[in-house]
Design a protein around this ligand. Structure first.
Ligand code: 3NM
Length: 521
């Protein structure tokens, strides 16, 4: 069988809501001209006679473009027109029967939404899997599970463990704004998606040819937020080497004064703006999502801090997140109090589905919530720790690997990981736990480092942690600091002093860094 290209898989829909009053065959032909690599004719309602005649017309145009045509569900229609294969759902004819009818050369794909279904389909000889549902979609509302990039990644890992060479495409809610992230974040270390399947992003597009060619370009191009990191193939792996690079990050901040766009809670607006300035950034506290398209083009970073989340706020965060993802500007997520209420748990899920976060920073309760563990936080505080250091490090590593980003868990010992490199940082001071917003402004600090250090997001988080926590240590030792009240201005002073000293080449303060690689062996 010739090699099938699964990059951009068009699934048709003939309903007026998607196709409008246009002719399906013409729309598919335009999509083929735009670069669609595989077509599935999916029509759940038409009579067999119409199915066969439409399929025949579609086959004529797909053949012209050397692209295989598959029929959804109906093996009889595929046999009648002699096309290249079928796609079957979990409730359709079983795979072995379809194979018997169509023969070994036919392309047979199966819809799967769990590891069990994926493993069974692979063992039964599927050529490819349609893995979904990625995101909730109006095109098909009776889907079983919304599995997101995390669920997709676990399915890819399971297939790769089987040692079977089965192709995969993701389906559900994939369009120009989600496509690159889907491919990037779903990718497991040993297996990536081969492409994406779309319905409305092409069939409902005003110009299906243009839509297809844009989507195909996006399939072949790394997402803007990952390009620098993917291009950097020589990231340092040891604590010593990373610490050596911290001064250059802080110096860069001093030179570039990157924008730190904060969509943060009511409590810390002023404090966060002061910290941003002291660290060397340029703060803007802009909570209106519409502004993000312009602000995201200024080379800075965004902080989304859901400490005082509202329905309106959530819409604004999602809008801003998408704008920064598109511009390649780093986004730091601070899921404040994420485990405190059902509303916040839902908000975390909504935001994770809305876009890509370069860094997720939170306390133990918050990071557990983002991972999906049900915890009950007491307000925005983490509450008493229930995990060992090793468990925390493992959680941070696993979440970072799942999201393909950097995760920072704050605490007496902080953990930071990009899924491959994991470090424990023992800097900081008890007084940080006695003032409001100390975690929030760490998020702001990290955003500023991230804006100038896109090639190594872990390094940017580490630079932010060390700058902030060592400043806190130095502030706490000052004679004028008598407690939390006097600690706040001293902390702002010392953040400023460390920026200034580092920019002038004095990096002695970094000798205080207590960073250790976590050994998982
Ligand atoms: N199958 P759109 S979701 C046909 O999850 C189909 O198995 C799905 O449409 C599944 O690209 C879906 O417009 C519809 O979101 C996808």
């Amino acid at each position: 069988m010739p090699q099938v290209d699964y990059s951009l898989y068009l699934v048709t829909d003939s309903t007026p809501a998607i196709l409008g009053d246009r002719d399906l065959v013409e729309v598919v032909e335009a999509a083929l001209e735009g670069g669609v690599t595989l077509v599935q004719y999916r029509d759940k309602v038409s009579d067999t006679g119409l199915l066969v005649s439409t399929a025949r017309k579609l086959h004529a145009v797909t053949k012209k473009h050397n692209v295989p045509l598959l029929i959804n569900d109906r093996v009889d229609v595929a046999l009648a027109i002699g096309c290249e294969g079928v796609h079957i759902g979990q409730d359709d004819l079983e795979l072995s029967a379809a194979r018997k009818l169509l023969g070994k050369d036919a392309i047979i794909g199966v819809t799967v939404s769990s590891i069990e279904e994926a493993v069974a389909a692979c063992k039964d000889g599927a050529d490819y899997l349609g893995v979904g549902t990625m995101f909730a979609t109006g095109t098909k509302t009776n889907t079983k599970d919304i599995i997101g990039t995390a669920g997709t990644k676990s399915i890819l890992s399971a297939i790769s463990d089987l040692g079977k060479d089965v192709r995969t495409v993701s389906i559900g809610g994939i369009n120009a704004s989600t496509l690159q992230r889907v491919l990037y974040q779903s990718s497991a270390p040993t297996k990536s998606l081969d492409g994406v399947a779309v319905v409305s992003a092409i069939i409902a597009a005003q110009d299906p040819k243009k839509a297809a060619s844009e989507l195909l370009f996006l399939v072949k191009t790394p997402p803007p937020f990952a390009a620098a990191s993917l291009a950097n193939t020589s990231k340092s792996t040891t604590a010593v080497d990373l610490i050596k690079q911290v001064p250059s990050v802080i110096k860069d901040v001093g030179e570039k004064m990157p924008l730190s766009h904060n969509m943060t809670n009511l409590v810390v607006q002023n404090f966060a703006a002061n910290v941003a300035l002291a660290v060397g950034g340029s703060p803007i506290m802009a909570n209106y999502g519409e502004e993000a398209a312009d602000l995201s083009k200024l080379g800075g970073a965004l902080v989304i801090n859901m400490g005082t989340v509202t329905p309106d706020g959530l819409l604004n965060y999602s809008k801003a997140l998408k704008a920064y993802n598109l511009a390649g500007g780093p986004v730091v997520f601070d899921p404040v109090g994420g485990g405190a209420t059902a509303v916040r748990r839902a908000a975390v899920k909504t935001l994770l589905a809305a876009g890509y976060f370069d860094v997720i920073k939170g306390n133990e309760g918050e990071i557990k919530t983002v991972f999906g563990t049900v915890v009950q936080q007491r307000g925005v505080d983490s509450g008493a720790s229930t995990s060992t250091a090793f468990e925390k490090a493992t959680l941070v590593r696993d979440l970072a690997a799942r999201e393909r980003n950097v995760v920072v868990m704050t605490g007496a010992v902080d953990f930071v990981s990009d899924g491959e490199r994991t470090f424990a940082v023992s800097n900081g001071h008890e007084l940080l736990g006695r003032i409001t917003g100390s975690g929030c402004v760490l998020g702001t600090t990290i955003s500023i480092m991230a804006a100038v250090c896109k090639g190594d997001k872990l390094l940017s988080a580490l630079a932010g942690l060390l700058h902030y926590e060592i400043a806190a240590e130095i502030a706490s030792e000052r004679a004028d600091v008598k407690g939390p009240g006097t600690f706040v201005p001293a902390l702002i002073d010392e953040l400023y002093n460390l920026q200034k000293a580092t920019s002038e080449g004095n990096v002695k303060w970094l000798e205080k860094a207590k960073v250790e690689a976590v050994d998982f062996s």
